[in-house]
Unconditional design. Structure first.
Length: 296
């Protein structure tokens, strides 16, 4: 007879598991909590009898690099969210990789879900999930390639187009060449959005998923003190022609936005202006993801 856990106990388990993950994977490129506000709320809830239940669940990304044939590596990103009742209920995990087709990704994720449902009720299982991905994910890249190429090409045509918006955060962006690259590459890849140079640096690009991923793979290869994707939005477009894509865009082109903090060497941007700009574009909630505070 298992005793039911209280939600505070569940919260405590979540926090200790997150602490464990951050000590095992200290680098941002391996493990990053994407919603610091939710984590702070959870800690507050666990420590204070009178605190309310958190309003949103803790979300984080675990990246797993795998060696595949001939020493090339593949990166799988596990986007994870912990439901309030976790570990009584399984975690929500979506594994992505630029090398997975949409159907391979769906296949991989449903197998992972089945594994977690069978093996991990009531126990913290993020490490087991990560191990499972390490052991099994690479196999999905080649799955289905064997089925006749005819069906593959037909499937490709009916597959939905995915529209993606990436919100990239950098410690700072001053370098003129980098700023030029960002604008040129976005243009070349038909991406719109904006780049806010200075400290911190903010880049938003939107367009076809494959183009966004190509943009990110180029940008991250430049030398940065610190750069990461703070948030990612993916929208499946049925059939997804040019008009559908244009409809999803929140920005007409990619331009550099300088919210000048009144000549403070031009380096520190006026975040109030950035907030109002995002609000105008219907993206105000992003501000909190970047800066962990409600904007005004």
């Amino acid at each position: 007879e298992t005793t039911k856990m209280t939600s505070r106990e569940e919260g405590e388990i979540q926090i200790s598991e997150l602490d464990l993950l951050s000590s095992m994977f200290p680098y941002e490129e391996e493990f990053v909590v994407t919603d610091q506000v939710a984590l702070a709320e959870l800690k507050h809830y666990v420590e204070n009898e009178s605190a309310e239940m958190p309003s949103s669940k803790v979300q984080f990304i675990l990246n797993v690099k795998l060696e595949v044939s001939n020493a090339s590596t593949v990166e799988f990103a596990m986007a994870c969210a912990l439901p309030f009742k976790y570990p009584t209920v399984p975690p929500e995990i979506t594994v992505r990789s630029s090398l997975l087709s949409r159907s391979q990704q769906i296949h991989l994720n449903s197998d992972l879900k089945a594994y977690l449902t069978q093996n991990c009720s009531g126990e913290p299982c993020m490490l087991s999930a990560r191990e499972w991905v390490k052991d099994h994910a690479a196999a999905y890249i080649d799955k289905e390639l064997s089925s006749s190429s005819v069906t593959a090409s037909n499937a490709m045509q009916s597959e939905d187009t995915v529209f993606t918006r990436l919100w990239i955060y950098s410690h700072h962006i001053y370098n003129k060449q980098k700023r030029k690259n960002i604008i040129d590459w976005a243009k070349e890849l038909s991406l719109s959005g904006f780049c806010m140079p200075g400290k911190p640096g903010v880049v938003c690009v939107e367009g076809l998923q494959s183009s966004c991923e190509e943009f990110w793979s180029r940008v991250r290869k430049l030398t940065w003190k610190r750069i990461l994707i703070r948030h990612r939005e993916d929208v499946s477009l049925e059939g997804g022609g040019h008009a559908e894509i244009q409809k999803q865009r929140k920005f007409p082109t990619l331009e550099e936005k300088c919210f000048d903090a009144h000549g403070a060497r031009g380096s520190h941007m006026d975040l109030g202006q950035l907030y109002r700009f995002l609000e105008e574009k219907g993206c105000a909630d992003i501000f909190q993801m970047y800066f962990g505070v409600e904007g005004h």
